[in-house]
Design a protein around this ligand. Sequence first.
Ligand SMILES: [Zn+2]
Length: 405
Amino acid sequence: MEKVITYSMLEAQYGRHIQVEQGVTLPYNDIHFIDGSSMAGINELRTPHGNLSLPAFLPDATRGVVRAVDGVALQELGVPALVMSLFHLLQRPGPGTLKAAGGLHAMFAWQRPIVTDSGGFQAYSLIHQNPSLGSITDQGLVFKGEAGARPLRLTPEKVVEHQVAFGADAVICLDECTHADAPLVEQRTAVQRTIAWAKRGKREFERLMSARKSSGGRPLLLAVIQGGGEYELRRICAEELLAIGFDGYGLGGWPLDSQGELLHDIIAYVRELVPAEYPLHALGIGHPRHILECAELGYTLFDSAMPTRDARHGRLLIWQAEEGIPLARQMQWYSHLYIGDDIHRRDNRPLEAGCRCPCCRSYSRAWLHHLFKIGDGLYDRYATLHNIAFVNRLMERIRHEQPTG
Ligand SMILES: [Zn+2]
């Protein structure tokens, strides 16, 4: 039986976690998604396709798949959720095909949660590399798709509508990304747009939820905090987005300095701005050292193409951590192994003795080196599985080391 409950009733019960919007109603079974108490200590995130233990790393399945590896293998490996790119999915397979397939979970045979990004970061990268490929205005983004495709328009409303229609478990509002070193005027405009777009995205999300006939769980709605390296702009952006009210937030913008080091102080500041009960997604952060650093600051979700891309390029992650000593206190808890190096040609040991991934369980470094050298697709598969297993192990260790809330 469905009991309709208003936001104001929820607000009375749950306080500031609920954003009041007159006349908006939600099915009763949606309450747990916006019940702040369910995120207490933020050790777990509830989504329509299951709960995520936090902090969690989500591999990037940019075009719906983690390159070279199928969803069954990822689930067996213990991958908790995937991030998919709206920017790419709108081009291929396209919204019509995804709808016909029954959404992302059905199309890609993936039963666990899916987070879809808004496309803002990809559009930003594309347009900044080549301004003739698109433009950003207050209305949204316009960019040229892949060869032969029509120009794509992303408005704050369309971005939310697509993600909801695709069946995403976490929907991210459209944002305007900047580089930390971009001029102040550019950062200011990006923050203003990000706030305005988040407001429009939330309104559209609520409209879609109230019009929804299915009783399936409500997806989470996240907004991204921009502001580059400007503390004041980050504060304004976070406060405005918190006032609009979302289920979680993301750290937006390029997170590294020119030396490739994390912008630690600004990243720490953004976490301070967002109350601890909200999940905070460190978008695009995937270097093991950076994951650990951000997790220690209180970031709870991570996604990056780095571990899987590195694997395909022959850069493999090797776990070296000692038990019983926190990772942050260890000098070298992992290393990189370059499988293309000649030293591995006759090495019959597994990549990593303690690893339980399908590669290390069955095959030697010599086997993997050979496959890498002849460019066999199996190399990509097994190397990718290994690096993902490494990150899974890292996240388990971080969760184990963190005090439970
Ligand atoms: Zn392995």
